[in-house]
Design a protein around this ligand. Structure first.
Ligand code: COA
Length: 261
């Protein structure tokens, strides 16, 4: 992949990535490792976490926790701290999604996604804060265009991700003077992720969605990771409270193509 970011740009940096065992977040972990960072990936499933670590190579730790459970998360953060020291880059990427009209969703279904996406992001940021290198750390939430673009079948995700982005902006205010930047990115449709397999399960729905994206295609996980990397470097040292769309323009046109999936 062509990159404007030089090799070794994260040498001696430490990253902690919730949801880092698959999909977009695993792509971010891979890019950070390639850039020289020591990386902890956190997932709910121990086998998947181990497989992720083995695929990433040296200087990687895998930990297991559910981001909805503060005690589990605190223990995982302590493990990472013992291994690698203070965290320079904290990525809150763990998320859950399933397509469903609100009327087919139970209160518990709505809650499951809000708890993983919004409460889980708060837990990661709040508990992770205690382990951040201050000043200097960067905190990145993986949000989604649904935070701002209403989308059929996504009431739970829209509500949760809107909350995530407001949380990011509020913490950017509160933590700026403490030397911690807090940002959010919106990956759009990304190839090969569990989320998109659920939202675009057939070749027809995949083609319909790709055709509706201004850039005319899905992203690769590497393209999302490149922006996550840039935001986490010193080149972005004056960027905080930002919400960046990395979605090929999808949020400009809405999500009507998803409705028929
Ligand atoms: N339609 C409607 N409701 C659904 C559903 C669907 N497709 N899938 C799950 N639910 C409901 C369940 O019925 C349950 O509600 P109930 O107790 O009233 O029956 C509720 O959601 C919780 O389900 P459960 O499977 O116990 O939750 P979980 O915490 O194990 O899993 C999910 C959370 C539902 C978000 C699950 O999809 C998940 O684990 N996702 C993680 C991976 C993922 O989504 N990746 C993509 C990220 S973008």
């Amino acid at each position: 992949m062509n990159s404007a970011l030089k090799d070794g740009i994260l040498d001696n940096k430490v990253a902690f990535i919730t949801g880092g065992t698959s999909g977009i977040n695993l792509g971010i972990a891979r890019r950070f490792v390639a850039a020289g960072a020591k990386v902890t990936v956190l997932g709910r499933n121990a086998d998947k976490a181990r497989a992720a670590r083995e695929s990433l190579g040296a200087h990687v730790l895998d930990v297991t926790a559910d981001v909805r459970q503060p005690d589990q998360l605190a223990a995982a953060l302590a493990q990472a701290r013992d291994r690698f020291g203070e965290i320079d880059i904290l990525v809150a990427g763990a998320a859950g999604n399933f397509p469903s009209p609100a009327l087919a969703m139970s209160p518990n279904g709505f809650k499951a996604v809000v708890d993983i996406d919004l409460l889980g992001t708060f837990n990661a940021l709040r508990l992770g804060y205690e382990h951040l290198r201050r000043p200097g750390a960067h905190v990145l939430a993986i949000s989604a265009p649904q935070a701002q673009v209403p989308s059929m079948l996504q009431s739970h995700v829209c509500a949760a991700k809107a909350g995530v982005d407001m949380l990011v902006k509020t913490l950017a205010l509160e933590w700026g003077a403490l030397g911690v930047r807090v940002n959010s990115i919106w990956p759009g449709a990304v190839e090969g992720t569990e989320g998109m397999q659920r939202l675009a399960p057939t070749p027809e729905s995949h083609a319909r969605i790709a055709g509706a994206i201004p850039l005319g295609r899905f992203a690769s996980a590497e393209e999302i990771a490149e922006v996550a990397l840039f935001l986490s470097t010193d080149s972005a040292r004056y960027v905080t409270g930002a919400v960046w769309a990395v979605d090929g323009g999808m949020s400009l046109v809405g999500f009507h193509a998803l409705a028929g999936s």
